[in-house]
Design a protein around this ligand. Structure first.
Ligand SMILES: C[S@@+](CC[C@H](N)C(=O)[O-])C[C@H]1O[C@@H](n2cnc3c(N)ncnc32)[C@H](O)[C@@H]1O
Length: 388
């Protein structure tokens, strides 16, 4: 069998949000500044591991999207290549990043067991050089041998992302033992070198540590085969990130055609079209998580697809399965604001709009290419608190 890999003939690809859809990504408030972050990550050298950069970028995006709280930590900083990324995104997300290293390379104490024959690598760095590269904002540098330096971390620390990159069995195991209980549900632990076959201690520490945990390892195709786990969360405990995104700010209009209401508009809607969104099919539904304890009215800026010839349409509205309203749309009274009283204490509120008939545009306008069975158009939503 040939063990030599012939020249790799394929070009790499990067996630579409950072390439063809980058403009859309930024319009939706995307966190990552691709070129600047890549330059900071590369430093003076060309980027060796683009998948690693992309993988970390996606983690920052997901932490933001899911609202995962907690600080960042890196154990194994060396010259600060990955620390730079963690720090840039800690600033964007208003977190602290804790950066732990000897800043003098491997410590002899860790040259035991599987790592007994290891060289004293990574000495060509210093705390001052890394501090200059990473910057001070939102970054805390802890110099010394881990786990002895763990006492310098905040006793009540909680982490959204822990990046362990110390190569050797002992510090990886100590890092997992220290940080795992402090990573919040949904948070990330990334261990570099897990699958590289270069650092046997990394694979051993991760396999042993997670053997009896709820989480399993996912192997990432960056050059060192990083391992990632996400801390498990107990089902039904507390609001999920999805519910957090369904919590519309009271007394503010939310535009369905522009804002990212994809988690609120749960099913039966066409793509947002700038002005708003069309409900299609037999039922269009949305789910919101109202703030507790308030009497709330949901104002819906709506209209219905009315075929030519003076036709009117009826749309039945239910809240959490109970009939809530029957809305009649006529040529004289079509577009405008209609109100729904939300049952007190109902959380979440799932609101379904069911047209008694849906009209396929093409059936009434044969020249149209629009084949959608249109029901109700939704432009804006506002949760109005009593007295507002
Ligand atoms: C591979 S380098 C880190 C590379 C860095 N994350 C990057 O991507 O550029 C490994 C680092 O782990 C640090 N390290 C290893 N064992 C350690 C220990 N027990 N305590 C503190 N730092 C340690 C070394 O000093 C070295 O800087």
């Amino acid at each position: 069998m040939n063990s030599e890999l012939k020249q790799w003939p394929y070009d790499g690809a990067i996630p579409q949000r950072f390439s063809t859809n980058y403009r859309r990504y930024k319009e939706r408030g995307g966190l990552v500044e691709l070129a600047e972050d890549a330059e900071a990550y590369a430093g003076a050298r060309p980027i060796e591991d683009v998948p690693r950069l992309m993988f970390l970028n996606l983690i920052f995006d997901q932490i933001r999207k899911e609202g995962i709280c907690g600080d960042f930590a890196e154990l194994g900083v060396y010259q600060g290549q990955t620390a730079v990324l963690l720090a840039r995104n800690a600033r964007r997300l208003d977190r602290t990043v804790w950066l732990l290293d000897t800043y003098e390379g491997f410590d002899d104490k860790d040259f035991t067991g599987i790592d007994v024959a290891t060289d004293k690598l990574f000495r060509d760095t210093s705390l001052e050089a890394v501090r200059r590269r990473v910057g001070e904002g939102h970054a805390r540098f802890i110099q010394g041998y881990f786990p002895e330096t763990a006492v310098q971390l905040p006793g009540d620390g909680q982490y959204a992302l822990v990046h362990i990159d110390t190569d050797l069995y002992a510090p990886i195991m100590s890092g997992l033992e220290y940080f795992y209980p402090r990573v919040i549900p949904g948070g990330y632990i990334v261990v570099h070198d897990y699958g590289s076959l270069a650092w046997a201690g990394a694979e051993k520490a991760v396999d042993e540590f997670f053997a009896d945990k709820a989480e399993c390892v996912i192997h990432i195709p960056d050059s060192a085969g990083s391992a990632v786990i996400r801390k498990a969360r107990a089902p039904g405990q507390g609001p999920t990130w999805l519910a957090a995104r369904q919590a519309l700010a009271p007394n503010e209009w939310h535009l369905t055609g522009q804002a990212d209401l994809g988690t609120v508009l749960t099913r039966g809607w066409s793509s947002p079209e700038g002005w708003g969104v069309w409900g299609v099919d037999a039922e269009h539904a949305l789910t919101i998580a109202p703030p507790p304890g308030e009497a709330l009215t949901l104002e819906c800026d709506v209209g219905a697809f009315l075929p030519p010839g003076g036709t009117s349409r009826i749309i039945e509205v239910s809240i959490n399965g109970d009939p809530a309203a029957i809305w009649r749309f006529t040529p004289e009274q079509n577009n405008g604001i209609r109100e729904l009283q939300l049952p007190p204490g109902a959380n979440p509120c799932s609101i379904a709009f069911r047209p008694r008939e849906a009209g396929r545009v093409r059936d009434f306008y044969p020249e149209s290419k629009d084949d959608r069975p249109l029901g109700m158009a939704l432009r804006r939503l506002r949760l109005r608190a009593a007295g507002a």
